[in-house]
Design a protein around this ligand. Structure first.
Ligand code: HEM
Length: 445
């Protein structure tokens, strides 16, 4: 008997042929390309991966909310963003799916609760203060690599509150940066894979990943031999127990999660802070208001200060480090007028959502006050810097505290001014600035 082929109502968009001819434009500047396509089609459009395999891109708040939260059970992360990445970075919660992900998430989440994290505040403050001692000053300084190093130091110190030698710190940092670069290229230039057998690139990076695991393994072994309590994230992971069995994680799982915390928490925070300094340098009145505010609060109060939080939130609205994410439909699904088959990839485009002129008043303007005048928008479905639903960022409290403490400590010691150079956006796995060139002076006391 002949079975009738099911008809779906996919959003308008690019055919396979048009997708192919536009692929270079897309890869060169995905944010521009997606934004322009949304002007041509609509805030939800489709593109083709192969025959009968569609990708739907959307900046529609309700659709994003539906995929990531309301009907999240029907969606998982794609193979590319789980299995491919896991070969190098292990299968910690960012790169896993299904029951394994849920069990790990339940286990780890309590370590990231606000109260638990308070024990890390002193470590973070010390890391930032130490770093600021040698912070470069002068004219035309590119802050991007400097802030990246700072965010990396804070995270590693929060994971392992021990004195790692500068060589080991450098080695861990270099391996992460190499693996991150490799994964970026793997995702953005998939055709490069054909060359791996010739260039040996994959093998070299797998070796680096193994070396990283060996370093972490040694740290864990030394920790287990000590008879001392720490307040760092490693101790929290070592002490956590599965609800069902009461057992701890295996050592390899702890290593997976340590790597994931650095992977997910380093670039995101570094990029957010770099964009924030750029925005503040171009908005003198807001910078003045912020520094005035800091004069009246203590460092520990900064983490809960309304204006500090609003300033960081507004930075993340304009430059969300996680500018998009992706999910794959497990079964056929429909939303509004659209219906689509299982296997369809959906891309929630947070960058577009955060600059949607139908929701945001003066959408391109840096206006922290909007979060104070209407605090509800922080929790609205038009603002997802940390994602939404059960896979929402586990480190959001950590990141907000770290960034607030940085803002406080940095502006107590330094003044910045703009150079007129507008940074370019490099949307890869995260939204990087290419360079951010500022003038920086130490405030004379
Ligand atoms: C400004 C800084 C940060 C931003 C903008 C950010 C953003 C995000 C977003 C949007 C997601 C969800 C992705 C999705 O739904 O596919 C996510 C997940 C995650 N983030 Fe963050 N993040 C930040 C900092 C951190 C930090 C500091 C840590 C750890 C200390 C962290 C750990 C994680 C982990 C482990 C996940 C995976 C959660 C899961 O899949 O269950 N993030 N982050």
């Amino acid at each position: 008997m002949e079975t009738k082929k099911k008809k779906y109502n996919l959003p308008d968009g690019y055919s396979l042929f048009k997708t192919a001819i536009n692929s270079v434009d897309f890869l060169n500047n995905p944010i521009n390309f997606i934004s322009k396509s949304m002007d041509v089609y609509s805030e939800t459009y489709s593109t083709s991966l192969k025959r009968n395999k569609k990708i739907i891109l959307t900046q529609n708040a309700d659709f994003i909310n539906y995929i990531l939260k309301e009907n999240h059970r029907n969606y998982k992360k794609s193979k590319l963003s789980t299995e491919s990445a896991a070969r190098f970075f292990g299968k910690g919660i960012l790169f896993s799916n299904g029951d394994y992900w849920l069990r790990q998430r339940r286990l780890i989440q309590p370590a990231f609760h606000r109260e638990k994290l308070q024990g890390l505040n002193n470590t973070i403050i010390k890391s930032i203060s130490d770093f600021l001692t040698d912070f470069p000053t002068g004219e035309s300084i590119d802050i991007v690599p400097i802030i990246h190093k700072l965010a990396f130091n804070i995270l590693v110190k929060s994971l392992f509150d021990i004195n790692l030698s500068p060589q080991i710190m450098e080695e861990i940092s270099q391996i992460f940066s190499d693996l991150f670069e490799f994964l970026n290229k793997d995702v953005n230039q998939p055709f490069r894979k054909i060359l791996y057998p010739v260039t040996g690139e994959k093998g070299k990076n797998l070796k680096k990943a193994k070396r990283l695991r060996d370093i972490f393994k040694r740290i864990i072994t030394e920790r287990k031999q000590e008879n001392q309590n720490y307040t760092d994230l490693l101790d929290m992971l070592l002490n956590s127990r599965y609800e069902d069995t009461g057992e701890p994680m295996h050592e390899e799982q702890i290593i997976d999660e340590l790597i994931i915390i650095i992977f997910a928490g380093h670039e995101t925070t570094a990029n957010t802070l770099s964009w924030l300094l750029f925005l503040l340098s171009c908005n003198i009145e807001i910078l003045q208001k912020l520094t005035e505010r800091l004069k009246n609060i203590s460092v520990s109060e900064s983490a809960n200060d309304e204006y500090v939080k609003a300033t960081i939130s507004e930075g993340m609205r304009l430059y969300p480090a996680a500018w998009m994410t992706e999910r794959v439909a497990i079964e056929d699904d429909e939303f509004g007028e659209f219906s689509f088959p299982k296997g369809t990839i959906i891309i929630p485009f947070f960058f577009g959502l955060h600059r949607n002129k139908y929701f945001w008043d003066e959408e391109l303007k840096f206006k922290p006050e909007r979060f104070i005048d209407d605090p509800k928008i922080l929790k609205s479905k038009n603002y997802f810097p940390f994602g939404v639903g059960p896979r929402m960022c586990i480190g959001n409290n950590f990141a907000m505290t770290e960034m607030s403490l940085f803002v406080y400590l940095f502006f107590k010691e330094f003044e910045i001014s703009a150079t007129g150079q507008i940074p370019g956006m490099k949307p890869r796995i995260t939204l990087r600035p290419d360079k951010i060139i500022l003038n920086i002076n130490r405030i004379k006391s």
